[in-house]
Design a protein around this ligand. Sequence first.
Ligand code: NAP
Length: 293
Amino acid sequence: MERIGFCGLGTMGQYMAANLRKAGFEVTVWNRTPGKAGDLVALGCREAATPADVGRSADIVVTCVSDTPDVEAVLFGPQGVASGLAAGGMVIDCSTISPDATRTFAARLAQQGSGWVDAPVSGGSEGAKNGTLTVMVGGSDADVERARPVLSAMGKTITHFGPAGSGQAVKAVNQVVISGVYLAVAEGMVLSMKAGLDPQAVVAALGGGVAGSWILANRSAKMVNNVYPLGFKTSLHLKDLGIALDMARALGASLPVTSLAAQLEAGLVARGYGDEDMSNLARPIRQLSGMEG
Ligand code: NAP
């Protein structure tokens, strides 16, 4: 069995690393801020002092950190993964980052004889915890086949779309789609409350019809209660919409709903709500209707 390294023990990474350990892999973990590996060490993971140490201890290193510069720092910064990883090693990046930068990172690793798979995920913290993530994969056929047992320990639906960067391009599409659904569910919940309907009964009934969605089922109650525990941080979704809107600009696509969501999220971040779950897109929709938001 390949030895696995894992860098980034945030909302997602802590559960993903735990599922790798539970699947029987030897796992070495690292997090920038110390003190986050306790539960994983109790499960039998080893904690490393630096990303380079993770690289030295592993055949395949999984990264799950916030943004493009963060992946670059963990891989290629001082004491980065790449400085420890032996030729023949591989990186699987589960962060959501720029497809263009992804291709650059893959090429840099190839120069030292290391493989690359971009494997951004969808499914929320619940999916990470339950090992049921949807994984959007880019990389060579050989690298992706090698990565598959690792991906299968963290996710359920694993789709290979093409060369390095294509997993990230699909993830951008995913973030565009959910922008509209969050906004529409928020509007539906506000209208339900204004009409004096029981939102729980509305959600239960609509869930079986064409309006049904994961977001309606799992996030509408937060919008009704105006309380937004994590989840997925609004600041991270705004970062993802930046990636999608950059792609759209470069490719000549027009995404008006995505642009609206990005502006509303920028307002939420400015008001200090960036660390809440992104279902707080309901805040501005509630406010526009005279409700607390
Ligand atoms: P999070 O809870 O904010 O955790 C971010 C992690 O990245 C932390 O471990 C953080 O370390 C680390 N990090 C950030 N910048 C770093 C740097 N420069 N160097 C080293 N480590 C750094 O985020 P998350 O929700 O787990 O998301 C992680 C990635 O998965 C993001 O790209 C996100 O877009 C994507 N994602 C998230 C979800 C979700 O539902 N949460 C779903 C799908 C995809 P510290 O502890 O030191 O801050």
